[in-house]
Design a protein around this ligand. Structure first.
Ligand SMILES: Cc1ncc(COP(=O)(O)O)c(C=O)c1O
Length: 378
């Protein structure tokens, strides 16, 4: 049992927990801009730093008739606009979905979706590497949640055989920690065979995967096999926020039941303007996607020559495995000393023995920077 709080010691239990983390070498710190070469952000296409996007957004903003700094409330009260609804229609059309509903973040969207759609006697099966926002949504859900081994179809099938009620299967198209893609076609077939409803988090595929960056589901023509898709705007789109795509009934249900949609102030108009402009930009960024794919190939071949062990990823998230928190931290430190911004991912965030340096490649990185980064490790 936790020791009860004594008068005058309100901070003591906080400090104790922080000290424990410090002793374990796991204390997290906020860091500000550091001028290092970016191998860390999710700005895969460079849109967050794009002057062109900024100019387009400023122009669009200057042409708006009804400007407000803040949205003024929840979407269900004063915070909704015709602009938001028009943008949702554009987003749904682009990703070939029946509807889209914008949330303030991907975190809010996953928590809202998973906590309110599955019911008491339903089952949620999620990949063991699924993002924390899905896990938190599952924890808030009255349904039972079980994980299955990462990308393991046999294990997923054995779980599907035992599932009760309506079964939901949650996967990421491109996994945020390992960077590998899910076998979406096989998963969709399995879900269809067991009449399970598939939910795909496309956070890291949005803008990057598919001819126009439409995401893995639409690129494979699987959009009609999927119950709900999540696209986030804070990664390759360089903005903030997210949308859940699905049927018009799902949209109306979320407006009525998703607490992280209902009980929060809506995004301000400036954010919506940036998102709308990003949607005018990224579909045509073919050169950037091609360059990014080239850098991924270069990174993997140079890492192979340097005998670095990688996770099996074809996407812009690449991970160099380095067993043990101390070694992972040291390796990341070496790269940072030489000017490359990379971060170690330590256990227990990842299982012990699979500690790693997570490298995010971007269309704005140069081949010389990628080679320099690999050299800094060896
Ligand atoms: C797979 C995945 N889903 C959801 C999120 C949450 O998105 P957001 O950063 O917009 O809250 C993230 C980002 O951290 C993510 O990696």
């Amino acid at each position: 049992m936790e020791t009860p709080l004594q008068a005058g010691t309100a901070n003591d239990f906080l400090l104790q927990a922080l000290n424990r983390r410090r002793e374990e070498g796991l204390l997290r710190n906020l860091q500000t801009e550091n001028g290092l070469i970016d191998f860390c952000s999710n700005d895969y296409l460079g849109l967050a730093r794009s002057e062109d996007l900024l100019c387009m957004a400023e122009k669009e903003w200057s042409q708006l008739l009804h400007k407000k700094s803040g949205s003024g409330g929840s979407r269900l009260l004063a915070g909704n606009t015709a602009y938001a609804e028009a943008l949702e229609k554009e987003i749904a059309q682009f990703h070939r979905a029946g509807s889209a509903l914008i949330f303030n973040s991907g975190y809010d969207a996953n928590v809202g979706l998973f906590s309110c759609v599955p019911r008491r006697n339903d089952t949620i099966l999620y990949d063991e590497l699924i993002h924390a926002s899905v896990r938190d949504g599952v924890r808030l859900s009255p349904a039972k949640g079980f994980n299955f081994r990462h990308n393991d179809m046999a294990h997923l099938e054995s779980r599907l055989q035992k599932a009760e009620g309506t079964c939901f299967v949650a996967v990421e198209s491109d996994y945020s920690m390992d960077g590998d893609y899910c076998p979406l076609k096989e998963i969709a077939e399995l879900c269809s065979r067991y009449k399970a409803l598939l939910i795909v988090d496309e956070a890291h595929a949005t803008g990057v995967t598919g001819e126009k960056g439409e995401g893995l589901s639409a690129a494979l023509g699987l959009e009609n096999e999927i119950f709900a898709r999540l696209h986030t705007f804070g990664k390759a789109l360089g903005c903030h926020g997210a949308a859940v795509l699905g049927s018009p009934a799902l949209r109306e249900y979320l407006v009525n039941f998703a607490r992280s949609f209902i009980y929060t102030t809506a995004l301000p108009l400036q954010s919506l303007v940036s998102i709308r402009c990003a949607y005018r930009f990224f579909p045509a960024m073919h050169q950037e996607r091609k360059k990014l794919a080239g850098l991924v190939d270069l990174f993997r071949s140079a890492s192979g020559e340097a005998e670095l062990e990688l996770t099996p990823s074809d996407g812009p998230i690449q991970c160099i495995l380095q067993s043990g928190n101390t070694r992972a931290r040291e390796l990341a430190g070496k790269a940072r000393e030489q000017g490359f911004d990379v971060r170690p991912i330590l256990s227990p965030t990842v299982p012990e023995g699979t500690e790693r340096i997570r490298v995010c490649l971007h269309a704005f990185n140069t081949p010389g920077e990628v080679s320099g980064l690999i050299d800094s490790f060896s």
